[in-house]
Design a protein around this ligand. Structure first.
Ligand code: FAD
Length: 243
């Protein structure tokens, strides 16, 4: 069978149970295209060991954070899950993270933690730490931080080095991700058909006339917010104009 034009729109590897396959990558390679390594993006993090044991019972609880990794930074909600951490801030930053990378989570993204905790000690010397933390964090999380990390003493009993340790903890929560939930729940697939080998206006192959790659099979990945749909529709429209 022959055809003048062929548009590969078979998407990425995310959510195999909905029909995702590596078909498009195999076609690309068959025609000599470079396919950049693929991995799950916009995906929840998993934790293990003490990191999972300590926090998984807060599953369902969310709070605003700033999540940072490899120069990318997202201020949005983080959600505790029974496997680890999700929510928009974590999904976004997952696209910049690979195992072993440093993941920073600021639990008080809009507050100078050191100034705040120091002033709380002055203003509320008799208040228990977890009650003070509960003013800026969900109460169950505040209680657990007190229980697990810093005790439940009145504020006046925390000396300046201890207050600094609490502030550091809040502005850089020491959680370690063991991985991600992978393609099973990822919203996108990072990597794919190298854009250098495609026309930037029609997405036609520079190697094989008439062969186009559009949408997620291409090495283009957007943030949350509809950018991936937009890319799939816009690139499909552009290819369709010339096919
Ligand atoms: C749960 C979820 C939520 C998402 N939410 C958003 C969002 O809110 N905003 C946003 O912008 N993006 C979102 N995305 C990403 C977005 O859906 C994709 O980027 C977009 O649909 C990609 O379009 P596409 O046409 O390239 O591929 P797809 O929409 O993946 O379509 C590819 C099609 O090819 C089929 N296919 C694959 N292999 C074969 C084969 N061998 N034979 C036959 N058929 C095959 C697949 O079954 C599928 O139907 C989400 C993705 C998921 C999984």
């Amino acid at each position: 069978m022959t055809t003048e034009a062929l548009v590969i729109a078979s998407g990425g590897l995310s959510i195999p149970r909905m029909g995702a396959t590596g078909f498009g990558y195999r076609i690309a390679e068959q025609f000599g295209h470079r396919v950049l390594p693929t991995r799950a993006g916009l995906v929840p993090f998993t934790t293990s060991g003490k990191h999972l044991e300590r926090w998984s019972e807060l599953s369902g609880l969310s709070l605003p954070v700033r999540a940072e990794c490899n120069a990318a930074s997202f201020s949005n909600a983080m959600l505790f899950t029974h496997r680890g951490l999700s929510g928009p801030a974590m999904l976004q930053v997952s696209s910049y993270w690979q195992p072993g990378d440093d993941l920073r989570i600021n639990l008080l993204p809009d507050i100078d933690a050191q100034e705040w905790i120091t002033s709380q000690r002055q203003q509320r010397p008799d208040a228990a730490l977890h009650n003070v933390l509960a003013d800026v964090l969900p109460r169950r999380f505040a209680q657990r931080i007190g229980d697990l990390e810093f005790g439940e003493r009145p504020m006046r009993q925390y000396d300046p080095p201890q207050l600094k340790r609490i502030a550091d903890y809040l502005s850089r929560w020491p959680i370690v991700a063991s991985g991600t939930e992978g393609y099973r729940t990822a919203e996108v697939t990072l990597g794919g058909v190298d854009t250098d080998e495609l026309s930037s206006t029609t997405f036609e192959s520079k190697r094989v006339p008439g062969l186009h790659f559009i949408g997620e099979v291409v090495d283009v990945t957007g943030w949350l917010g509809g950018y991936n749909f937009q890319w799939a529709w816009a690139s499909g429209h552009a290819a369709g104009e010339v096919c």
